[in-house]
Design a binder for this molecule. Structure first.
Ligand SMILES: CC(C)(COP(=O)(O)OP(=O)(O)OC[C@H]1O[C@@H](n2cnc3c(N)ncnc32)[C@H](O)[C@@H]1OP(=O)(O)O)[C@@H](O)C(=O)NCCC(=O)NCCS
Length: 194
């Protein structure tokens, strides 16, 4: 997989590849639709209702227009539905944690969940982080997102930090999950599927 944009056929015939700027509209749709199916009852309704596809698309365009930047996005593409999930990743952002890489966002459309794509995206992002020299990684998840937390625990994440973030003027607690040795974590995930 490495640092090349070459597409890799993964579990359940989904393809994991580097996103391009042409993927921005599809990524924005997955991002907003999945926020709404995941965070209703966790985030304020007003914040979820106010989300805009156009605004999100513009943000993803900005990220993807800079392929030399240090962050990257992997997409999971299925033949019938196109982009059904994505992971955005890069260097750890606070500079205060003992982790080198970070997955910034991980979303799989509700209709495609529990089919192995989340694991595939974590593996694709972790492989690329490793290829860039990041040997550990962290992911932040809202404390009340029990399903997301169960997934991260299932794929080997350990609780390593806590913080609060402001979303729509509300402070929400988050848990940081860490993988200290990405190479061995990846080997375990690959073995899980052999
Ligand atoms: C969390 C998310 C990325 C997981 O992706 P997914 O494609 O649904 O999960 P996978 O099918 O790859 O699951 C991989 C493994 O984790 C397990 N798993 C997944 N979700 C789980 C859950 N809620 N509870 C327990 N185990 C879970 C699966 O059973 C599977 O285990 P197995 O291979 O041993 O059978 C996806 O469900 C999602 O986008 N959810 C909404 C948004 C979100 O919470 N994002 C993460 C926080 S930012």
């Amino acid at each position: 997989m490495g640092d090349s944009p070459g597409a890799v056929v993964g579990v359940n015939a989904a393809i994991y590849r580097d996103a391009t700027v042409e993927d921005a509209p599809a990524i924005a749709r997955v991002n907003i639709d999945t926020w709404r199916t995941t965070y209703r009852g966790i985030m304020p309704d007003a914040a979820l209702d106010a989300l805009s596809y156009a605004h999100s698309q513009a943000n993803w365009c900005r990220v993807l227009q800079n392929p030399q930047g240090r962050s990257f996005v992997k997409v999971a593409v299925d033949e019938q539905n196109g982009v059904v999930g994505f992971a955005a990743a890069g260097p750890e952002r606070t500079g205060k944690l003992d982790f080198e890489g970070e997955i910034y966002a991980l979303y799989v459309r509700q209709s495609a969940q529990r089919a192995g794509l989340g694991r595939g995206l974590v593996m694709a992002a972790a492989t690329k982080l490793l290829s860039r020299g990041y040997e550990s990684m962290v992911i932040w998840v809202l404390r009340d997102n029990q399903s997301g937390r169960a997934f991260y625990e299932h794929v080997g994440g350990l609780q390593v930090a806590e913080r609060e973030i402001a979303i729509a003027e509300v402070m929400l607690p988050e848990i940081g999950y860490g993988w200290r040795d990405l190479a061995s974590a990846l080997r375990q995930q690959v073995a899980h599927h052999d």
